[in-house]
Write a protein that binds this ligand. Structure first.
Ligand SMILES: [Zn+2]
Ligand SMILES: [Zn+2]
Length: 276
C-alpha cells in the first residue's frame, strides 16, 4: 500500500466555486491523519469578472496563516492559471498603481508578483483554454516547460485531464532538470462516467505520465484538488493507478510532511519559516 500523508492542492471559499474555509480544510486534514496540507486557491481570471487587485486580496495576507494548526503543517500556495503559449501566469504583466486603500504600491509589482508573494509554492494549471485553440503539440509542450521555469512553480496541476495534446518526454525532462513535480490529481478521476472515453483517456494519460516519472526519477505529488473539506486527503483512484504500475514510494513527494517540505526546498528554494 502506498502512503500519502500530504494534500498539497486544496481549495477554500476564496476559489468561489469551492465550499469550505481554511479552518475546515485543516480540521478535515487532522481528522484523516494528514501531516500537511497546502491551501491552493485559484489565482485565475475565473474568480472575478473584473480583474482588480481588490478581487485577489485574500492572497495578499496569506502570511498570517499559521504554519502549524491542529497538528497539521499548513502551506500557503496558489493554483495559478497559465495564460499564454509561453507559459506565463495570470497577471504577469498587470500593474496597478492605486491600492484598495487608495494609496500607491510602495514597490511596483505586477498582480502576479503581489498575489504569489506569500505562496510557498505555486501549482501551474490550464483552465481557460481559448489561447490554445490553434496551438500545436510542440507549442503546448513548450508552454508547460515555460511554466516550469517560473521560480515559484513547483508542479504542473492536473496534467492528465487537460485534454490538450503535448509531448510527455520534454516536460518530464524539464521537471528532472528543475526538481519540479508532476501532479497526479484525484479530482481528475471524477470527470466522466465509469468506462467513458473521457475517463479512460484521463487514466491512460496519468499512467503514461507516472511511468515516465518513474523512469526519469521525477517525483509526483498526489493531491485531491478538494473543493469541499470532506474530500481532503481522499486519493483512492490516484493511489490505485500508481500501485497498478508499481510506482516507487520514494518518488511520491506527498508521502509525508518531511518529504514534501524537502521537495518544496529543492524545487522552489529555501522558504524562511517553512517548517514552523
Ligand atoms: Zn476549481
Ligand atoms: Zn484546483
Amino acid at each position: 500500500m502506498l502512503r500519502n500523508l500530504c494534500d498539497a492542492h486544496v481549495h477554500t471559499i476564496f476559489s468561489r466555486h469551492a465550499y469550505s474555509t481554511i479552518e475546515e480544510d485543516v480540521r478535515a486534514a487532522a481528522r484523516v491523519g494528514l501531516e500537511l496540507i497546502g491551501i491552493s486557491d485559484h489565482y485565475s481570471p475565473m474568480i472575478a469578472s473584473d480583474v482588480r487587485p481588490l478581487e485577489y486580496q485574500h492572497f495578499f495576507n496569506l502570511g498570517i496563516v499559521p504554519r502549524r494548526w491542529m497538528g497539521v503543517h499548513v502551506l500557503r500556495s496558489a493554483e495559478a492559471d497559465i495564460i499564454d503559449l509561453k507559459g506565463h501566469l495570470f497577471g504577469h504583466e498587470m500593474t496597478f498603481s492605486p491600492r484598495k486603500t487608495g494609496d500607491v504600491w510602495r514597490i511596483p509589482r505586477s498582480l502576479e508578483e503581489q498575489a504569489l508573494l506569500h505562496s510557498d509554492y505555486v501549482i501551474a494549471s490550464v483552465h481557460g483554454r481559448d489561447f490554445t485553440k490553434h496551438a500545436t503539440s510542440a507549442q503546448i509542450t513548450a508552454m508547460y516547460v515555460g511554466a516550469l521555469e517560473h521560480e515559484k512553480v513547483l508542479m504542473l496541476g492536473h496534467l492528465g485531464r487537460t485534454g490538450l495534446s503535448y509531448e510527455v518526454a520534454p516536460i518530464i525532462r524539464a521537471c528532472a532538470e528543475t526538481h519540479k513535480l508532476i501532479e497526479i490529481n484525484e479530482h481528475s478521476f471524477h470527470f466522466g462516467a465509469p468506462g467513458s472515453e473521457r475517463l479512460l483517456a484521463t487514466k491512460s494519460r496519468c499512467r503514461e505520465l507516472a511511468e515516465a516519472c518513474a523512469e526519469a526519477g521525477v517525483s509526483v505529488a498526489v493531491n485531491t484538488d478538494a473543493h469541499i473539506s470532506c474530500e481532503v486527503g481522499q486519493v483512492p483512484n490516484a493511489l490505485a493507478l500508481l500501485e497498478g504500475i508499481d510506482f516507487p514510494q520514494e518518488l511520491i513527494a506527498t508521502t509525508d510532511a518531511e518529504s514534501f517540505l524537502a521537495a518544496v526546498e529543492r524545487g522552489v528554494g529555501p522558504v524562511g519559516d517553512l517548517r514552523g
